[in-house]
Write a protein that binds this ligand. Structure first.
Ligand SMILES: Nc1ncnc2c1ncn2[C@@H]1O[C@H](COP(=O)(O)OP(=O)(O)OP(=O)(O)O)[C@@H](O)[C@H]1O
Ligand SMILES: [Mg+2]
Length: 240
């Protein structure tokens, strides 16, 4: 399998502090990776750095996507290359309706809007993006947007967090559809990096590998279920 994403010795600063302190991570085509780690360890910073948010400053190292060095590329160029992200706390976008963003981000936008009912989002199409949305509504809205964008590499920052027990199944199924939509003859194409604290989302995605981040480093990798079990039993070790 070819490498879809390759991160080498990545150092990232935000707000004048070094947050990522030399991250190495490779995700192959069709691979689903889950990322664990204590609060404040740098997980969201890693995702934001892969997506190219301007609040993150890469001071050392490289991010390569499908053989192209994207370390210096702006976020829109990365989106065009096929990277998409569900943020932990996306901003309110005043003045832009959810339906208009969906239409703008896909040739297939009208069809995706027809699908909104499956996401329980049919009454949100004419609302400003995220403005007044509840926590769970934001998650469903982000997934609907990703469904329109159809990225090849999908970054999910705690997709199940704050979602009630009834809606977790909906979120899980939609995440599964996004990640496995182009699976043919058992061969997957879409790759993903998914942050989770509880591991609940792993009931819906067949994760291939797991990583633990602590203090801006990847400190452990292995089988996702084994890592989750170890965290449940032993925690993350020393206090941050
Ligand atoms: N713009 C910024 N300015 C200052 N500090 C920042 C900035 N962005 C992130 N940080 C700090 O970097 C650290 C890592 O943050 P990050 O959001 O990546 O953690 P996380 O692993 O996603 O945690 P959580 O599990 O709580 O979501 C935190 O201490 C955070 O306060
Ligand atoms: Mg986070």
């Amino acid at each position: 399998m070819t490498d879809m994403l390759k991160i080498a010795d990545l150092h990232v600063e935000a707000g004048g502090r070094e947050i990522l302190k030399g991250v190495d991570l490779t995700i192959k085509e069709g691979e689903t990776a889950v990322l664990f780690g204590p609060n404040g360890s740098g997980k969201s910073t890693l995702l934001a750095s892969i997506m190219g948010y301007s609040t993150m400053t890469v001071t050392q190292g490289t991010i390569t996507f499908m053989g192209t060095d994207i370390t210096e590329l702006p976020v829109d160029e990365r989106a065009k290359l096929g990277i998409g992200m569900m943020m932990q706390r996306p901003p309110n976008i005043f003045g832009v309706k959810l339906g208009d963003l969906i239409k703008a981000s896909s040739d297939n936008g009208e069809a995706v809007i027809q699908e909104a009912q499956d996401f329980k989002m049919q009454n949100f199409i004419d609302r400003e993006i995220n403005v007044g949305f509840s926590g769970g509504e934001i998650k469903r809205s982000e997934l609907l947007q990703l469904t329109a964008q159809r990225p090849e590499f999908i970054l999910l920052d705690e997709p199940e967090s704050g979602v009630d027990l009834e809606n977790i199944d909906l979120i899980g199924q939609k995440v599964h559809d996004l990640l496995f939509r182009e699976a043919e003859n058992g061969k997957r194409h879409v790759s993903s990096l998914v942050i989770t604290h509880t591991g609940q989302i792993m009931d819906y995605i067949d994760a291939d590998c797991g990583y633990v981040m602590k203090k801006g480093h990847i400190v452990k990798s292995g089988r996702p279920d084994g890592i989750l079990k170890d965290i449940r039993e032993n925690g993350y070790g020393e206090e941050e």
